[in-house]
Design a protein around this ligand. Sequence first.
Ligand SMILES: Cc1ncc(COP(=O)(O)O)c(C=O)c1O
Length: 353
Amino acid sequence: MSRYWSSIVHKIVPYVPGEQPKLTNLIKLNTNENPYGPSPKVLEALRAEAADTLRLYPDPNSDRVKAAVADYYGLKTPQVLVGNGSDEVLAFAFQALLKHEKPLLFPDITYSFYPVYCRVYEIVYETVPVTEDLDIRLEDYQRSNGGVIFPNPNAPTGRSVSLLAIRELLENNMDSVVVIDEAYVDFGAETAVPLIDHFPNLLVIQTLSKARSLAGLRVGFAMGHPELIEALERVKNSFNSYPLDRFAIAGAAAAIADRAYFEETRQKIIRTREALMIKMRGLGFTVLPSAANFIYVRHPDRDALDLARRLRERSIIVRHFPLPRIEQYLRITVGTDEQCAALVSALAEILGQ
Ligand SMILES: Cc1ncc(COP(=O)(O)O)c(C=O)c1O
């Protein structure tokens, strides 16, 4: 606390990201990174970018990335905004589209950055409880609101909602913006991008951090009606003209263009996830259905935090959220087959099996 702080700083509660340990010999299954490296074509593009041109500012509009996204999804470039990770794109959306008199709605169990943005931008919000088995019921969002946001699949549960349910929500919610945070969509959920041309109030946000294995490069993007995108651009251009540096632009464009590598690695992760879920059930865990690159599990008679501590002693880190309703769950990122086998044998030992 300091008397020099602006008043808002006293009120905000910053987001705490998952641990990025300095030790390198850990099996890191705590922040939903991709266990496979990015496409070799991305690395090639980054190397080519290490040149004298770094003395020049990058393209403020990241047009190459916008064009790559538009091409991938069959959109036009004015329907795309690019930012420094989807966290930044989300921040723009909260400011530009979700601050109204009526409350913003989001699930009570969801990405814990949402209430942080609400406090920093002074947005009124209400949380909508997920069901007993942590499912989002979109019918519950059909009430007066200043906006709706949810991830699909949801984090940290991994559960997804259908495109049909999203369409129904949009049809009944034309007076405010619906933002779908599709950070994990490529691992098994249906993207809402095909609905963009039908609903001027739909904004879809994605990232290159997960299925395209570029968490370290920091690139995210939003897709929606050009008027929604213009609102985001106005906020972006009032904050930072160059959210993507030259490396990020080159790497992101190459990653989106390399469809074969993307397909191969995401399918590998999906296969490993399905095998891991079976093994975890075999160990007695309750495992929620997952359409993401992580699983959400609880053990009927073991304390989740204690399990996380014991895994850590064995150099495996997973994520535990000490929050109401979910304090007995662990979120475990799907690693390589070898990493998942090490996890399963560590758990078997801890459980005495
Ligand atoms: C649901 C969800 N949305 C957005 C993000 C942010 O991703 P990034 O800022 O790396 O694009 C995350 C990160 O884990 C997430 O879980």
